[in-house]
Design a protein around this ligand. Structure first.
Ligand code: SAM
Length: 220
């Protein structure tokens, strides 16, 4: 039934402006930290997870990051672990990567010239996009139900929680419950990243500082 009711749509570097915001507004704050914990809640087939790994790699932060990813659907997690996808939307992913990671919206003269092929093998004939081996196995994937299960990685506090395009399917009461749980699981000053059509309303709104698409945990 889970497979029938869950929507698994995802993309590499989905909504490039979110990736720009994370790259320029969030990552610089993390450079001085020893470790960075990141949780993708509702990760689907893992494209968001590998996008994050690529961004961290470009920023020189991948080696000190510990990445966790969960979903209610066991099948999507199997695909996520393998990192092999169809080729059909390749051009869209390349465009997202260029916009989200290579262009600096604050300085158009500066850009990253790393080709996406450093991170993935594209094979149109075989109809595959394969995430490169060095990015596989870095993220711990686990089945988890956001509605009923506690922190999937007991005791871990996260610097970043991405829960994008998941809460949109939940009612307000459930969203409020999760905004509270995410707040508890974030480190002080940690950041919750939502989808572009999602926002924190209700009782938890004043517990986060909203900066564009990023919600930073406030402690007072
Ligand atoms: C639309 S996808 C979003 C994927 C990715 N975060 C993105 O934005 O591209 C939503 C994902 O949330 C998962 N999901 C739905 N309900 C869930 C729940 N109660 N607990 C955990 N994951 C859930 C679905 O299985 C699906 O893979």
């Amino acid at each position: 039934m889970v497979k029938d009711v869950t929507v698994n749509t995802t993309e590499f570097f989905r909504d490039p402006s979110v990736w720009q915001a994370m790259k320029y507004r969030l990552l610089p704050k993390l450079h001085s930290q020893k470790n960075i914990n990141i949780w993708h809640a509702g990760c689907s087939i893992g494209m968001e997870v590998y996008s994050m790994e690529i961004m961290l790699c470009e920023a020189g932060l991948l080696d000190k990051s510990t990445m966790y990813a969960t979903d209610i659907n066991a099948d999507v997690l199997e695909t996520a672990k393998k990192g092999i996808y169809g080729h059909r939307n390749a051009q869209e992913y390349i465009n997202n990567y260029n916009k989200g990671l290579c262009v600096n919206p604050y300085n158009f003269e500066e850009r990253i010239n790393t080709p996406i092929q450093k991170y993935m093998d594209f094979n149109e004939r075989e109809d595959t996009i394969k995430v490169k081996q060095f990015l596989l196995g870095k993220t711990t994937f686990k089945k988890h139900n956001l509605v009923s299960d506690p922190n999937p990685f007991r005791g871990v506090k996260y610097d970043i929680i991405l829960c994008r395009n998941v809460l949109i399917y939940f009612n307000q009461t459930l969203q409020n419950k999760l905004f509270g749980e995410f707040w508890e699981m974030l480190v002080d000053g940690g950041t919750l990243v939502l989808g572009i059509h999602e926002s924190i309303l209700g009782p938890w709104a004043n517990k986060y500082e909203k900066k564009g698409l990023l919600y930073t945990k406030k402690t007072q």
